[in-house]
Structure formats: structure tokens, C-alpha cells
Design a binder for this molecule. Structure first.
Ligand SMILES: Cc1cc2nc3c(=O)[nH]c(=O)nc-3n(C[C@H](O)[C@H](O)[C@H](O)COP(=O)(O)O)c2cc1C
Length: 293
């Protein structure tokens, strides 16, 4: 997955036993151009008890910090700390945030409209219903009702495989990781997706990092259902590439879309003839036998 090299090793004998401090360089250039990560690890005997990591993308341009320098400073400080208070390092202190143990579904539907009873929500309910009829577990996430904050670009997910922001996002990551079908139901807002859905898409960088760093894999197929006020294809010109980029970044294979315009005039998606059938059959095609591959 990536090139890893131990750059420095220091063995420290203490009254508590033997510790090793290691500086490891990972070339993550296969994930992003020029990306490298330094990991400083303290081992008690052979057991890792403390890990610090920093990558070159989390340091903004113009920063006073230089990635390698920071890693060297942490290495020196940790070595000093192990000598002065070895007892602290005899028990592992692992910083991670495990995903919820429950909350897996065959079909995951991300409903991006803030309107609980709007057109996207209606489309989502048809998809949910089709999954149910096929005997599959499914879940509609009403993103507007969840506590999800924007990505802060800290790139911590590429260090440890988890996101430090404490909110509801782990539920979505867990669900997306387990699903075989992912449906995005969204209105067009200012030619793209609403901010709440975009926030979730950005935060899924965490899932991208999990795939690249931890080797977890999303093998789902994706469907886009978008609704817009204006007529024709033009309102969807940005939405489609944005949602496709989101899916492709995560290894979700986009399999098509249902685009429903003219809702400023029609108001209610249920009044547009044939749309419910079109959405339900798009789902059935995905759920049906032979849809795999
Ligand atoms: C803030 C906002 C921005 C919108 N921007 C567009 C747009 O750029 N193009 C368009 O065709 N419709 C636009 N619409 C109309 C919605 O796409 C349309 O009303 C849709 O049916 C709403 O879906 P919902 O019922 O699922 O919330 C916008 C609506 C809102 C509230």
C-alpha cells in the first residue's frame, strides 16, 4: 500500500524495562502527490504503547512547522520523557475512535434535502421501500437532522485512520463501509448539492483515508436521484459530477441517475407522471439478481 522505512531507532534501558523509540517514514505518494508521513512510536518491549504521527499535507503552506522537524522534536521529547518517567509508558495509550459496532445496512440512502417531507425525501422513501420489498436492510439518513460539522482539512485521518471531530459522522462512515448499494437523494441548490450533503461528502475523506491507510474497502454501487426547480438537464450539470466524484473517490461505482426537473412548476414529485416508477425500477435494477459486477 505504501513504502515504509524506519529512519531512526533508540533503545532506552530503564528500571521498568527496555523501551524503543522509532521514527518511521511512510511514502504516501500513491495516495496524494508528494505525501509523506512520519510516525514516532514508543515500544515497551515489543508492544507499541504510544504513537504520534504527522503528515506533510496537514502542515499548511507558509507554516512555521516543517513536517520532518516536528517529528524529530517529538522523537527527542518522547525519548526524554521515557527516561524521566518510564512508568507512564508501561501501559498502552492508544488514541483512536472506533466506529460503532452496530449500524450496518445493505442499502444506505443519503437524503440531502433539509425538507423532511420534500421531494428528495419522497424519492428516498421509495428507494427505502424497494429495499424492504427485496428483503434487504436499509436506512435513510436525514443529514439535516444530524450533528455533522464541516471538514477542517487537518488530514489527521491519514495519520491514524480516524477523524478527531466528535459528532454523528461515525454512524455514516460505518453504514457506508458496510453497504452494497448507496443512493444519494438530493435537491439542486445553487446548481450543486445543499451544504449539509456537501459537508458529509467532504467528511467522507475520512472513509477515503480508512481505505488507503487501513485497507478497508467500499465495494458498493451508487445511484444518484436529483430534483430541481428548473426544467431540462441544465440544473444538473454540476450535481452529477460532484456526486460522481464523491462516489469514485470512495470506490463506489456510479451506476446511473434519475434527474427530475421542473419542480418549481410541479411542486410535488408525486404529480409528475412516471417518476415514481422510474425511481423504483432504477432501485430494482440495482437490487436485482445479476446486478453485481
Ligand atoms: C436555496 C435553494 C437553492 C436552489 N437552487 C436551485 C438551482 O440552482 N437550480 C434549480 O433548478 N433549482 C433550485 N432550487 C429548487 C429546488 O431544487 C427544488 O425546489 C427542489 O424540488 C427541492 O427539493 P426538496 O423538495 O427535496 O427539498 C433551489 C432551492 C433552494 C431552497
Amino acid at each position: 500500500m505504501n513504502e515504509s522505512a524506519t529512519e531512526k531507532t533508540l533503545t532506552i534501558e530503564t528500571p521498568e524495562g527496555t523501551f524503543t523509540v522509532r521514527l518511521i517514514l511512510d511514502d504516501l505518494g500513491k495516495i496524494y502527490p508528494g505525501m509523506v508521513r512520519y510516525t514516532v512510536e514508543v515500544l515497551y518491549g515489543t508492544e507499541p504503547v504510544y504513537t504520534y504521527a504527522i503528515n506533510s499535507y496537514e502542515v499548511p503552506p507558509g507554516s512555521l512547522f516543517e513536517t520532518r522537524k516536528v517529528a524529530e522534536i517529538v522523537f527527542a521529547r518522547l525519548a526524554h520523557d521515557v527516561v524521566s518517567r518510564p512508568k507512564t509508558y508501561t501501559r498502552p495509550r492508544v488514541f483512536t475512535r472506533p466506529l460503532p459496532g452496530r449500524g450496518t445496512y445493505d442499502v444506505v440512502i443519503l437524503q440531502g434535502s433539509p425538507r423532511r417531507f420534500g421531494n428528495s425525501a419522497r424519492a428516498a422513501s421509495w428507494c427505502d421501500d424497494e429495499a424492504d420489498r427485496a428483503g434487504l436492510s436499509s436506512r435513510v439518513f436525514f443529514l439535516q437532522e444530524m450533528d455533522i460539522r464541516p471538514c477542517i482539512g487537518c488530514y489527521t485521518c491519514y495519520n491514524y485512520g480516524y477523524c478527531p471531530i466528535e459528532d454523528d459522522m461515525p454512524w455514516i462512515i460505518r453504514a457506508l463501509e458496510s453497504a452494497s448499494i448507496i443512493v444519494v437523494c438530493t435537491p439542486v441548490y445553487t446548481s450543486t448539492v445543499p451544504a449539509g450533503l456537501k459537508t458529509v461528502m467532504d467528511r467522507c475523506q475520512w472513509l477515503h483515508a480508512r481505505e488507503k491507510i487501513l485497507g478497508s474497502e467500499v465495494r458498493a454501487r451508487g445511484l444518484l436521484i436529483a430534483v430541481a426547480g428548473r426544467r431540462g438537464r441544465e440544473p444538473f450539470a454540476c450535481v452529477t459530477p460532484v456526486v460522481n466524484a464523491f462516489m469514485e473517490n470512495l470506490g463506489i461505482r456510479p451506476t446511473g441517475s434519475v434527474l427530475v426537473g421542473d419542480l418549481d412548476r410541479a411542486r410535488d414529485i408525486r404529480t409528475i407522471e412516471g417518476v415514481e416508477d422510474e425511481i423504483r425500477s432504477a432501485l430494482r435494477v440495482l437490487l436485482g439478481p445479476g446486478a453485481e459486477g
